[in-house]
Design a protein. Structure first.
Length: 367
């Protein structure tokens, strides 16, 4: 069941003046002021959910029955004039950690971070008016969330309550270098490690939940930009590029490059599924690897895009620019379990696409 569209309220901004100015620009949808500021999340991890989000508009749908049925629980705006790649509600990251789902938007604008501990009730993650960093990627782990931007706006991490956010400058670590389009990842490597990877093959590594950072580089051979996604599994970090996969066996400190064999990968189409790294093509299919070095073909019927998997093996698939959700219990056979209204798909209403997906346990819905 899909909820009626939210009304967009043009009332006084809860954000700083800089965000208010952006929100009033007719090019961008107004900042939502009818949801509360953060600081009141109380996650208990009572029941499992899948959650997905659109690339634009921040439309969130949640399933509480193992991906079979879906309900819309949030929509920031149904305006399709939100700047394309740039805009208040141009979403570039979705993350889950310890009972909290986070959705992160804003590229070329101050970031808007929202979160929920039950998948139904949403709030701004910061507890007071503040300018948060732009977002090109996001990750969560060990009760902390991380967003990435570039050398100027740095990377931004939360405390375990997600009410306070700290900006980390990259300039000192770069030592005169430059980076942009920073994506983020987390893996349970030696107790938990965050990675941020940007243009010119710059890698930033934290093993103390984003309190401090070290710098490394991916070897030449993948171009100076084009990092798409980071995935972790089998004690290996993998970062996908257009030409190759970069693999690290020591938590992101050193890297080797390997041909993955996907001629045209789907947008951020790297996931860790069924004990393997899956890198999908734009038209489906793709390649898989257990170690990030040796790759073989995925079944031709494997859909394009990203995947989220539950512990019982159910896999949910979404893809930017596609208007449905696919589900599989074996990784081979797929069924469409949700489809946007026909008119939305026909009109290519991008607020209905399904670009991001996460799995986790959240609170039972509050009344």
């Amino acid at each position: 069941m899909i909820m009626k569209k939210h009304a967009i309220m043009l009332v006084g901004s809860l954000f700083s003046l800089s965000i208010s100015v952006v929100a009033q620009n007719p090019k961008f949808a107004p900042v939502r002021t009818d949801i509360p500021m953060g600081g009141k999340l109380s996650p208990k991890e009572e029941e499992p959910v899948f959650a997905i989000c659109s690339k634009q508009g921040m439309r969130v749908l949640v399933s509480r029955d193992d991906g079979k049925n879906w309900k819309q629980t949030f929509l920031a705006t149904d305006s399709r004039e939100d700047g394309g790649w740039h805009g208040n509600y141009s979403v570039y990251g979705m993350a889950y950690t310890e009972g909290v789902i986070g959705v992160f938007s804003g590229w070329g604008t101050p970031g808007i971070y929202i979160g929920s501990d039950d998948g139904v009730n949403w709030s701004h993650l910061n507890k007071e008016s503040a300018k948060l960093g732009s977002v090109w990627g996001a990750a969560g782990g060990k009760g902390v969330m991380l967003t990435g931007a570039d050398q100027w706006r740095g990377i931004t991490s939360s405390s375990d309550t997600h009410a306070n956010w700290r900006k980390h400058s990259l300039k000192d670590l770069l030592d005169g270098g430059k980076t942009h389009h920073v994506i983020c990842g987390f893996g349970d490597f030696k107790g938990g490690r965050f990675l941020a990877i940007g243009d010119n093959r710059h890698v930033f590594v934290s093993d103390d939940l984003c309190k401090s950072w070290k710098h490394s580089r991916i070897p030449e051979g993948v171009g100076d930009r084009g990092q798409e996604a980071i995935a972790y599994g089998n004690n290996v970090f993998v970062c996908s590029f257009k030409e190759k996969a970069a693999r690290s066996l020591d938590g992101g400190v050193t890297w080797t490059l390997h041909d993955h064999g996907v001629k045209s990968a789907s947008w951020r189409g790297l996931s860790f599924v069924n004990g393997e790294f899956w890198l999908t093509g734009r038209n489906g299919g793709g390649r898989r690897s257990k170690d990030g070095a040796t790759w073989e073909d995925l079944p031709a019927q494997t859909p394009a895009g990203r995947f989220a998997q539950s512990p019982n093996g159910t896999i949910i698939n979404v893809a930017r620019g596609r208007y449905d959700v696919k589900r599989s219990t074996d990784g081979k056979n797929w069924e469409i379990v949700f489809a946007a209204p026909t008119s939305a798909a026909d009109e290519k209403n991008v607020t209905w696409d399904t670009a991001f997906a996460v799995y986790g346990k959240v609170n039972k819905p509050r009344k």
